[in-house]
Design a protein around this ligand. Structure first.
Ligand SMILES: Cc1cc2nc3c(=O)[nH]c(=O)nc-3n(C[C@H](O)[C@H](O)[C@H](O)COP(=O)(O)OP(=O)(O)OC[C@H]3O[C@@H](n4cnc5c(N)ncnc54)[C@H](O)[C@@H]3O)c2cc1C
Length: 414
């Protein structure tokens, strides 16, 4: 097979899933991750429908993921005094499996660490491609040669910048920022969450890890702020400017954020690219087609994209020209459908007027009793299942035998 040595940038969801499948298909993946160690933190992510679940099952990690599921139930919208005004049952939005992103990243890391070389605390600084491969230079490690380079480094992908061009060409800001961090469950929330919404702002808290802790979540409407993504002090100051004195638990949570072990802050955006590959370089997950954190689709889409990319490389015997074209063909419509789930949600999440915020709060009161109440969950499931996965035989114990199995059928492992 050609092109066995593959560098992947990013060790969150898309990167380790890709490494897992590349190894199963006989490639040698190396992952470089900018963070000094595996990154914890982030909100709960959802997997829904058979496309997602069948890949996780084939990876042998579904049971472990299920045992780490959040088990979060309903979400209540509260007024400024904390009194519940509307209660939304979990099944209105939930997928089949909800898990904290940090737990997911750890399980994926454990499933790959024995056969993937991880370079933590480093980043690619240049990519120079020639007929036989790519010379890669790093911030810290010595230069190395790889056959292929794949960017799984998220919304603000470094690989995309180096190989395709500046972020502004591909990232569409959706007018919202979000911050998430772990805090004490000082409200004593029991597998549930509370959210408080005012014009242009939403602050929420939900219990995590069997109520032992909680996640604080902030969303606020804003044009691009041009903040340095590594400047946590400035990010926290911006959050404080927006939420100080906003009511409910805002001030308490702003105080707690200064001690949070895993403060995460980012703009909410989508990535739109005509091509996800260039020469020997390809992008996968948020780096290529981020659907936005408001879509509830980011991790599932990254999972499917990584599975297909690895499978197509194997099916083409490592020929990246053939594999990259097939990867884009297979995933393009699926990614577009998932991205649609993020369209328009920003205005619902943080409506810019008080009137609209109050109309929405009232609507949520009656929503659980309306006939079309599960519509959002149904539409999300349809988008998540809108792909027919190939089997991509791996030739190792646990390999698959059939090709082109329709979603919804469980694949028999041999
Ligand atoms: C710590 C963390 C918390 C998150 N929390 C949320 C959240 O609360 N809500 C939400 O909607 N989404 C969140 N996300 C994004 C979410 O995980 C993705 O939308 C989705 O899972 C798709 O995953 P991905 O692997 O494509 O990208 P990501 O999960 O974004 O992962 C990208 C990875 O690349 C790494 N990376 C970035 N730059 C470089 C570089 N120069 N060199 C090497 N590595 C690099 C990052 O550290 C990260 O590990 C979070 C991501 C991270 C890393």
């Amino acid at each position: 097979m050609k092109n066995r040595n593959v560098l992947i940038s990013g060790a969150s969801v898309a990167g380790p899933v890709l490494a897992y499948w590349l190894h199963r298909h006989g490639f040698n993946p190396v992952i470089v991750e900018r963070a000094p160690a595996l990154r914890d933190g982030g909100y709960a992510v959802d997997f829904r429908g058979e496309a997602h679940l069948s890949i996780l099952r084939r990876m042998g990690i579904l049971a472990e993921l299920e045992s780490a599921r959040t088990g979060t139930g309903s979400m209540s919208y509260v007024n400024s005094a904390g009194k519940p005004q509307a209660k939304l049952p979990a099944d209105l939005f939930a997928g089949d499996l909800e898990i904290l992103r940090g737990d997911l990243a750890r399980i994926l890391y454990d499933a790959t660490k024995d056969h993937t070389e991880y370079l933590f605390g480093d980043s690619v600084t240049s990519l120079t491609e020639d007929a036989d491969g790519v010379t890669v230079t790093f911030e810290r490690a010595a230069p190395r040669r790889f056959d292929l380079v794949i960017g799984a480094d998220g919304l603000h992908s470094n690989t995309r910048r180096l190989a395709f061009g500046p972020e502004e060409e591909f990232v569409r800001h959706l007018g919202v920022y979000c911050a998430i961090f772990t805090t004490d469950n000082h409200l004593g929330l029991d597998h549930t969450g509370h959210a408080y919404r005012t014009a242009g702002k939403l602050v929420a808290m939900y219990s995590a890890r069997d109520n032992a802790e909680a996640k604080a979540v902030f969303y606020f409407g804003s044009p691009q702020l041009g903040l340095d993504r590594r400047d946590v002090v400035r990010q926290q100051a911006v959050l404080a400017e927006h939420f100080t004195g906003s009511g409910w638990q805002s001030d308490r949570l702003l105080h707690d954020m200064r001690y949070a072990p895993d403060f995460y802050f980012d703009s909410v955006g989508q990535v739109h690219m005509d091509a996800w590959t260039r020469g020997r370089v390809a992008l996968v997950g948020d780096a290529a087609y981020c659907p936005s954190s408001l879509s509830g689709m980011g991790s599932g889409l990254a999972l499917v994209g990584a599975y297909v990319l690895a499978g197509e490389l194997a099916a083409a015997d490592g020929d990246h020209r053939v594999a990259y074209a097939r990867y884009q063909e297979q995933v393009r419509a699926y990614a577009t459908g998932c991205q649609k789930m993020g369209d328009g949600v920003a205005k619902l999440m943080v409506p810019d007027s008080r009137l609209m915020a109050s109309v929405l709060n009232r609507y949520y009161k009656v929503m659980p009793y309306l006939p079309g109440k599960n519509m959002a969950a149904k539409i999300a499931r349809k988008a998540a299942e809108n792909i027919t996965l190939q089997d991509y035989p791996v030739g190792l114990p646990g390999s698959f035998t059939r090709r082109g199995t329709a979603v919804g059928q469980d694949l028999g492992l041999v």
